[in-house]
Design a protein around this ligand. Sequence first.
Ligand code: NAD
Length: 351
Amino acid sequence: MQAFTYSANPAHIVFGAGSSKSVADEVRRLGGNRALVLCTPSQEENARLINAQLGELAGGVFSGAVMHTPLEITRQAIDVYERTGADCLVAFGGGSTIGLGKAVAHRTNAVQIAVATTYAGSEVTPILGETENGVKTTVRDASILPDAVFYDPELTVDLPVSTSVTSGLNAMAHAIEGLYARDRNPITTLMALEGVQSLKEALPIIADRPNNVDARSNALYGAWLCGNVLGSVGMALHHKLCHTLGGSFGLPHAETHAILLPHTTAYNARLAADVLAPAAKLFGDDLAGGLYDFAESIGAPLALKELGLAEANLDRAADLAMKNAYWNPRTLERGAIRGLLQCAWSGDRPG
Ligand code: NAD
């Protein structure tokens, strides 16, 4: 076994069907007196139910969360937080809402509770990505971690199948990159493998029967584990490419992860073969091809062109991917990365 250093992120997790009914207990346990519920516009109705359940602790709902945590929305939310006299935030939603909760708490020291309703994993990472004037910056600090996290599968049965499968593949991508991370350790490897296995079992059932609470539960369990991996070790080519395509070409987060995962896995497959072997076993030994077939079988998008990316942008995307040096199991080779992007753009099976 290779030597390792491991600092676990502190977490208070409340998991289970119906568990979100006890958000008020958690606000009290953490010393909060008034909680502002955050959500995206489309989740406002359910956020209002959470607000109602808070009873005397209810501080209202701010429903302006959007993707990529723009600073102007954070400022609006801080204004509402201060006007309502809140001292606690309940971020009810996926990565966009949880990002807003982190951004507000980072500036106000609010008590922060996340009720996760997608599989993106942000709720258990000390990472905050924000955008201002189209420029994305990322901060990593232990203080960014939410103080408590709820995983209630009943809140995820309405997550559309298309979002469920792409978000689930987004979670798997954290785990796959975690398996070959330079700073991996035996615990993150255990979490990554268990996370991938749970999502591999759950997503086909969800694609077929979206309101199956057992499968939703299994998927959230996998998402929690994969999110932990993202929050614990460094990511490589896959996450950097998704970051580039999202930031520079406006591509949607989960879909981009879902499409690129088989291709970035193929890029690294030979040099990370030993550490990827246990995951490869789950997908029929050829991990990259197996991930592609799996994504296809659950109806995930397979081609970047489906997301509206122009083929003419692939050269610039390859240049941007080479721009900032970062560690990856295989050296970054512009020609091979350009080839990877072409394959992902067309939606071809890797290899
Ligand atoms: P999202 O939060 O934008 O949600 C996608 C859509 O699904 C939204 O319209 C939302 O309203 C809807 N939705 C969410 N849960 C639902 C539910 N249960 N039922 C019905 N609709 C629901 O998408 P996401 O993929 O979860 O998050 C993406 C964002 O999170 C990106 O900005 C990404 O950069 C960030 N992120 C950050 C981290 C981190 O560690 N900092 C990790 C992962 C993702």
